[in-house]
Design a protein. Structure first.
Length: 214
């Protein structure tokens, strides 16, 4: 059985991949980059590498019988990957922005704020498109990173029986931003906050049913 769990960046993919990789029955990986093919241009120029990316990804999945990835980088080609099960992780976009800024403050606050926000919106659109398929479940970051029962739901969906959620340290988030450059979005200038709202309000309304709150 092969599976893919994808979504936007900063949604707990590394945390979940490490939990699932405890299984002795599956090979589970996080993001996988083939530097010999893509090199450092992968993130900057996704379009020109898409075909080779898909070829390599298909080969990677087909080389194992019980294999899965929790990989946000595959959200744009998820429908073309030969898997038995696909799922999408979502996280509140405001939390994604806050986590992203604290993880890479220079990238966001040194003049490329709009570009980063636009990339986030494209990632949210990709997640939304995948969720139009009723067979694709949604796993919420705020659930499986805090609640063992939510991890059980994911493990049962995958048929993984040899991972015990109670043994997972919920207080140790791998790849979490280790500093608080920006404690809360309310600390951003008003125009930046308004821009965030305009870009991601549709996703918040669809999946979190909330009004604009700062």
């Amino acid at each position: 059985m092969r599976f893919l769990i994808t979504g936007s960046g900063r949604t707990g993919t590394l945390f979940l991949a490490n939990v699932l990789s405890r299984s002795q029955s599956f090979i589970v990986r996080h993001e996988h980059y083939d530097d010999s093919v893509y090199g450092p241009s992968y993130r900057r120029d996704y379009g020109t590498t898409r075909k080779q990316h898909l070829v390599n990804t298909k080969a990677r999945f087909l080389s194992h019988d019980n294999y899965g990835e929790v990989n946000s980088s595959l959200r744009f080609i998820a429908n073309d990957i030969p898997v038995d099960k696909t799922a999408v992780i979502i996280r509140h976009p405001h939390e994604i922005v806050l986590s992203s800024i604290n993880k890479n403050p220079y990238r966001w606050l040194a003049g490329s704020f709009y570009k980063e926000l636009d990339q986030l919106n494209q990632a949210l659109i990709a997640s939304h498109d995948l969720l139009q398929n009723d067979s694709v479940p949604v796993f919420r970051f705020e659930h499986f990173t805090r609640n063992g029962d939510a991890l059980c739901v994911i493990l049962n969906w995958l048929g993984i029986r040899d991972v015990v959620p109670s043994q997972v340290r919920m207080d140790q988030k791998i790849n979490a931003a280790g500093r608080s450059i920006l404690p809360k979005l309310a600390d951003l200038p008003c125009d930046s906050r308004e821009l965030i709202y305009k870009k991601v309000e549709w996703f918040v309304a669809k999946y979190y049913n909330e009004k604009k709150v700062w």
